[in-house]
Design a protein around this ligand. Structure first.
Ligand SMILES: [Zn+2]
Length: 339
């Protein structure tokens, strides 16, 4: 008998025309369920020949905007509306999504650090392996929807990587602009790092990941921009007819291309305590400017400890929870991309 590529099975036929809603059955043998499965939800919509767009959310379980927008998209799309194939996994790390945690409550792993996964590994590794070895070979364009989760908040941003393939990089930039979020971050990464997007890059697949907001919320405005952006991507890549709804036509600026590649982009809490922001998301700060301070309620004679921006630029990310530990990122400062 030929050993299957993955231990995960599904009744979905990826080559069949029409709309199929089902799950990926991940074997999970636990104290509570000896022969159980974890059913990862999947929707596949296919109409004839054409490119395959693969859209994912819930890689981190406390990032809610992507799963919500993708479930709505999966419900809305019909084969008649598209040309090609759309694969949607709204809650790729389902156990983490159900628990509202960044990492899996089953094996403690951060799914976006373990790509390409392992066939016989723990549950998070098995899911990453299935995605890498079954779904990515079908994929032309991959979009992974993240956000800041419970501990961070972004100005809605789409992130792309500098690629060895300059033609693909140019097309990725165009796709990022078509999606239409306020910020586009261009990352220069030196190694794979177990990241989903780097697995796509190594396989020659155009990919980006969005950071839609965060703070444990599903924001009305961000969700609206995301839903418009998803439709724009389908139109941009020719899977759907219709005109792209640009940010300008909604009365807001085109995406601003920026970068946070300098390690000094991040400001960290210098000690454990309560953090007070002096500036908010979208503020322009100077290098050396005090952007907040840590208070010490258990040792109130101690003066608050100031936190300074280590470079000038735009504050694109902040930590909303007031309680901080030494080493937590409290802010990220971006500069315009000059590449
Ligand atoms: Zn994430």
């Amino acid at each position: 008998m030929v050993k299957p590529i993955s231990r995960i099975s599904t009744e979905i036929d990826f080559e069949k025309n029409g709309k199929q809603v089902g799950h990926l059955a991940v074997p999970s043998s636990t104290n509570e369920s000896a022969y159980g499965i974890v059913p990862i939800p999947i929707t596949v919509i296919k109409n004839g020949k054409g490119p395959t767009m693969f859209m994912t959310g819930g890689v981190h379980g406390d990032e809610y905007e992507g799963p919500v927008a993708l479930m709505k998209l999966a419900a809305k799309l019909t084969p008649a509306k598209i040309q090609g194939r759309v694969i949607i996994l709204p809650a790729m790390n389902l156990p983490a999504v159900l628990a509202g945690q960044r990492c899996s409550p089953i094996d403690g792993l951060n799914m976006n650090r373990v790509f390409p996964g392992e066939r016989n590994g723990s549950i998070t590794l098995q899911i990453a392996h299935y995605v890498s070895n079954v779904l990515l070979p079908l994929t032309d364009y991959q979009f992974d929807f993240h956000s800041g989760g419970k501990t961070l908040e972004y100005i809605p941003t789409m992130i792309m990587n500098v690629s060895k393939d300059k033609k693909r990089e140019k097309r990725t930039t165009e796709a990022l602009k078509a999606f239409g979020l306020p910020i586009g971050l261009v990352d220069v990464k030196s190694d794979h790092g177990g990241l989903f997007e780097m697995e796509c890059e190594e396989r020659g697949i155009l990919s980006t990941n969005a950071e839609l907001g965060g703070a444990g919320r599903v924001d009305v405005q961000t969700l609206a921009w995301t839903e418009i952006g998803m439709m724009n991507l389908l139109k941009f890549f020719g899977l759907m007819d219709g005109k792209i709804v640009t940010p300008e036509s909604q009365g807001r600026p085109a995406p601003r291309l920026m970068e946070v590649n300098d390690p000094r982009s991040n400001s960290f809490a210098p000690d454990t305590g309560l953090y007070e922001h002096f500036v908010d998301l979208g503020a322009n700060v100077k290098a050396g400017q005090t952007i907040g301070q840590v208070h010490f309620p258990g040792n109130w004679e101690k003066k608050p400890w100031p936190v300074k921006a280590r470079r000038a630029g735009l504050m694109v990310l902040k930590r909303p929870p007031g309680r901080v530990e030494r080493g937590d990122v409290v802010a990220q400062i971006a500069q315009d991309w000059k590449g």
